[in-house]
Design a binder for this molecule. Structure first.
Ligand code: CAO
Length: 565
């Protein structure tokens, strides 16, 4: 017969209240005994609280942000196990509190050697009782040699498979040596650091680490009586864990709930992120195993503020499945000289975020080519001379736009966009061109270039460029592009790597033309050469295609009559 039972917060040691920071199950979920239900956090430790019984979740009685204590009802499950009834009113045995926790009080980080009276002395600060775990991994070292620390100040963060905790100092003093490094596996009694302690600041020494409270047997049917810890400060471990405890991953794997990728961060980092309203799932961790550090949260906030939006890319790791990068360097530039701070323009923030995403997410390769535009430049000048009275000035850009469309027709993969595993091939020819404006870069789009002549294109280019400079472009005038051209020829340069304007798959960078000696088989001839830099998305376009496309463009520009072929 099925029965509804309440699952409650077990003995959480020395803490009156802890905050719920994650609810891991929902109404309707089928859970198994030992499966983690919620994550709670004190100011020094976070831990998952597992189910004392399996069943179907009927009611979830708490939400993120609630403060809970021993006996608080977490949820109600409908269980058809006969023995489940026994757990109805019992707070889950403390054994089932998910993690061995950091000592609630610094008493656990015990000074191994007391200072001799009348002088400063060096004390070793050691790992306190860490509950049921033999070893935990050092994931953060929060102090360095030379630092002055106070009693209670966190020294290191350690982590088990279920919890991370900060280990505080048992005394105040100056750090003389740090005995651990990141990645070390340490257990109770291991030395963390040496501290030079003045006599007055030395606490009453505790000659031995605080003994662990006794662990209650798993799934104890009745409230476990926590054994009083022989802790000199009266602190006891937040919770103890039975030796038979299953790993959180196993619990999730067994359960009918999706495995959640919880952000990997220490309690103080979680608290800091909560204060700033940062969603840790969006933060790229730069610590070991992609753990999120305080600096990562700061860098995330800085970037979000700078770009006016969320950071688009999250790091995956150094195991080949993605990438992770260091946080942005923070430099106090004032130390080196006079500075001024100027906020980025709105356009710069938006274009910067787009350029960053495109650069990071698209495997760019750039093919460089040089087009002989000696005859075309002569023709362009002739056109402008003939049209002196007209307000249309033909620049090389109009020819380039027209030539690019001929290239797109010949090489349709360049007129495409990636959509998951599909390539979307476009049968229209809208070309964007980068325009430099006082407020930053914008890319107006000329539509249906295949239906327009050089003079129309020249006029539209110059009109759109003027509107861009005046900030009068509408969003629709910057949408729908198939391919972009970034022409810096009016300014200078010999070659550059333009960044692809996603979801397009290629972009043409144009640098300044110059007279070059070109060998014609018998002699060097002075020819006007135009550098063409074609960046392409290597997921869509291979190098040979790119070389063909660029060579074809160069051949059209060298003899524009070929465009009608
Ligand atoms: N080589 C030599 N001279 C060139 C040239 C080239 N490749 N391209 C243009 N010129 C010349 C023009 O003929 C013109 O000369 P005259 O004044 O003697 O006629 C002069 O340079 C200025 O041209 P322009 O820049 O006014 O016109 P354009 O059509 O070439 O370019 C536009 C228009 C809007 C693309 C351009 O003004 C611009 O903003 N370019 C910057 C694009 C940019 O910032 N790209 C980078 C993006 S990534 O950060």
């Amino acid at each position: 017969m099925s029965k509804t039972i309440e699952i409650k917060v077990p003995d959480i040691g020395d803490f009156d209240e802890v905050e719920v920071i994650e609810v891991l199950v929902a109404v309707g979920d089928t859970i198994t005994a030992e499966q983690s239900l919620i994550t709670v956090e004190s100011d020094k430790a976070s831990m998952e609280i597992p189910a004392s019984a399996g069943g179907v979740v009927k009611v979830v009685s708490i939400k993120v942000g609630d403060k809970v204590q021993e006996g608080s009802v977490i949820l109600e499950v409908e269980s058809d196990k006969a023995d489940a009834a026994a757990q109805d009113t019992a707070p889950a045995a403390p054994a089932q509190a998910a993690a061995p926790e950091a000592p609630a009080k610094p008493a656990a980080a015990t000074a191994a050697a007391p200072a001799p009276a009348g002088a400063s002395s060096t004390q070793g600060v050691v790992v306190p009782d860490i509950g049921d775990f033999d070893e935990v991994e050092v994931i953060e070292i929060l102090v360095a040699v030379g630092d002055t620390v106070t009693a209670e100040q966190s020294l290191i963060t350690v982590e088990s498979d279920k919890a991370s905790m900060e280990i505080p100092s048992s005394a105040g003093g100056v750090v003389k040596a740090v005995a651990v490094k990141l990645g070390d596996k340490i257990g109770q009694g291991a030395k963390i650091l040496d501290l030079e302690v003045a006599e007055s600041s030395s606490p009453a020494p505790a000659p031995t680490p605080a003994p662990a409270p006794q662990a209650a047997p798993a799934a104890a049917p009745a409230p476990a009586a926590p054994a009083p810890a022989a802790d000199p400060d009266g602190a006891k471990a937040l919770a103890s864990t039975p030796p038979s405890r299953v790993s959180p991953t196993a619990a999730f794997a067994d359960a009918d709930v999706p495995l959640r990728n919880l952000p990997h961060a220490s309690p103080s980092v979680r608290k800091f992120a909560r204060e700033l309203g940062v969603d840790l799932t969006r933060v790229m961790g730069s610590g070991p195993k992609n753990r999120i550090t305080l600096d990562d949260v700061r860098a995330h906030v800085k970037q979000a503020l700078a770009t006016g939006g969320p950071i688009p890319v999250s790091g995956v790791g150094s195991d080949g499945s993605g990438f992770s990068v260091l946080g942005w360097p923070k430099v106090d530039f004032k130390k080196f000289g006079e500075i001024e701070t100027r906020p980025l323009s709105r356009i710069k923030k938006i274009s910067g975020a787009n350029l960053h995403r495109n650069w990071v997410m698209i495997p760019h390769v750039t093919n460089n080519e040089a087009a002989d535009i000696t005859e075309l430049e002569a023709f362009r000048k002739q056109l402008n001379a003939e049209n002196k009275k007209s307000d249309i000035k033909v620049t090389m850009l109009a020819f380039l736009i027209k030539a690019v469309v001929a290239g797109l027709k010949k090489f349709p993969d360049f007129n495409a966009s990636l959509d998951g595993d599909n390539l979307i091939l476009k049968h229209y020819y809208h070309i964007g061109f980068a325009a430099d404006t006082p407020n930053g870069l914008v890319v107006p789009v000329i539509r249906d270039v295949d239906t327009k002549g050089i003079l129309d294109i020249a006029k539209e280019t110059s009109d759109l460029a003027a509107m861009a400079r005046d900030g009068k472009l509408s969003p629709s005038q910057m949408q729908g592009g198939c391919f972009s051209i970034s022409s810096l020829g009016g300014i200078g340069g010999t070659d550059f790597t333009p960044i692809i304007n996603a979801p397009e798959v290629a972009i043409l960078g144009v640098s300044r033309s110059s007279m070059q000696p070109v060998w014609d088989g018998g002699a060097f001839q002075p020819r006007l050469m135009l550098p063409l830099s074609l960046s392409y998305d290597h997921r869509v376009i291979d190098g040979a295609s790119a070389a063909r496309f660029n060579a074809y463009l160069a051949s059209l520009l060298a003899d524009f009559r070929r465009i009608v072929l």
